[in-house]
Write a protein that binds this ligand. Structure first.
Ligand code: AMP
Ligand code: MG
Length: 337
């Protein structure tokens, strides 16, 4: 990793965008806003720059990255379209009607994409971001970029420019500030298989129902094993520094609460007085937007553990929120940190 002395924060205005594109062209990294969470961008065809992303995040090389393009017209830059069967092509055309937006497709990889990007898989994950600043950088760069969440591996994803600085200060020369992320959780990842079968590899900011409606097909579960095994199937992810415990778990020491509804009399009796409370409410879009920022505040609240409720909503963004909190609560495998 190139030594960067400090991280500069600047507005995602035209001058900021131009500087970001210049740095990316020169093989440097840039933190930038997308509509899901903040990303750590690098030129997708520059293997050294991609390597620097893994280093800056301390991300294991076996966890492949998502390539960002302007839209379906740019797919041929990163996808080997000759390897798309008619059924897979039909589904790809249907699904890319949700672009630009928080939907990632896993498709056959073009030879031009460095192996490091896909961790040696012969498929590539690709999406078209909707955020104006991310799109402006793509346009100015004239090439795709990779942009995993701009946090150290396993930690809480950043939804504000300041979070990126907290995570990566001194590891990235520039962060573009585009305000709070609109969705607050990562993209939904869908694998498009050769026979046109669609698999939900990660629940995310595009609700399952929206994908199924436009595809006219059900999303299947990921394969139990094999190279298409989905994302972040690493159990522990999105984790605060202090332990996070779901629902009725119990620990000693001062507690902080993450709630969707209101605390009940039973909660107060069972867990005692919390040092901090974040109430996300029952609108799942709003809850997703605030989720990671709220977790950061609880992490810094002085509590020694977080007790988190799970949202009850089964549709919309409920599954994405449940997925993130379940992983945040998972036991940390010491070999992964
Ligand atoms: P993120 O960390 O949000 O950038 O998302 C990257 C996730 O996309 C990783 O956890 C990967 O497992 C998943 N992913 C990327 N490429 C592929 C692929 N070729 N096949 C399956 N999942 C992928
Ligand atoms: Mg991430």
């Amino acid at each position: 990793m190139d030594a960067v002395r400090r991280t500069r924060l600047r507005a995602a205005d035209p001058a900021g965008v131009a500087e970001a594109a210049r740095l990316l062209r020169a093989g440097q990294l840039v933190g930038l806003p997308t509509e899901t969470v903040y990303g750590l961008a690098a030129h997708a065809f520059d293997a050294d720059a991609v390597l620097a992303v893994f280093d800056a995040k301390e991300r294991p090389r076996f966890d492949p990255l998502i390539v960002h393009v302007l839209g379906a017209d740019a797919l041929a830059q990163v996808v080997d379209e000759r390897r798309l069967s008619p059924a897979a092509r039909r589904q790809t055309e249907a699904l890319t009607r949700l672009w630009p937006g928080p939907l990632t497709l896993v498709l056959p990889k073009a030879a031009e994409v460095p192996e490091l990007v896909t961790s040696g898989l012969d498929t590539v994950a690709v999406r078209a971001p909707a955020h104006d600043a991310a799109r402006a950088v793509l346009r100015a760069l004239g090439a795709p970029f990779v942009a995993p969440s701009a946090n150290r591996f396993g930690r809480i994803s950043p939804t504000r420019a300041a979070h990126v600085v907290e995570e990566l200060d001194g590891r990235v020369p520039l962060v573009l500030d585009g305000g709070a992320s609109e969705h607050g959780v990562e993209s939904t990842i869908v694998g498009v298989e050769e026979d046109g079968t669609l698999r939900l590899l990660r629940p995310g900011a595009t609700p399952r129902g929206a994908v199924e409606d436009i595809a006219g097909a059900r999303l299947e579960a990921p394969r139990a094993r094999g190279p298409r095994r989905g994302p972040g199937m690493l159990a522990s992810h999105y984790a605060p520094r202090i332990p996070l415990v779901l629902e009725t778990g119990q620990r000693d020491g001062p507690v902080a609460w993450l709630l969707f509804g209101s605390p009940t009399r039973d909660d107060w009796a069972r867990y005692g007085v919390p040092v901090a409370v974040e109430r996300l409410g029952d609108d799942d879009r709003r809850a997703a937007r605030e989720l990671f920022a709220a977790l950061r505040r609880l992490d810094d609240s002085g509590a020694s553990w977080i007790l988190a409720e799970l949202p009850t909503s089964r549709g919309g963004l409920g599954p994405a929120i449940r997925d993130r909190l379940t992983r945040a609560a998972a036991d940390r495998d010491p070999s992964m940190t």
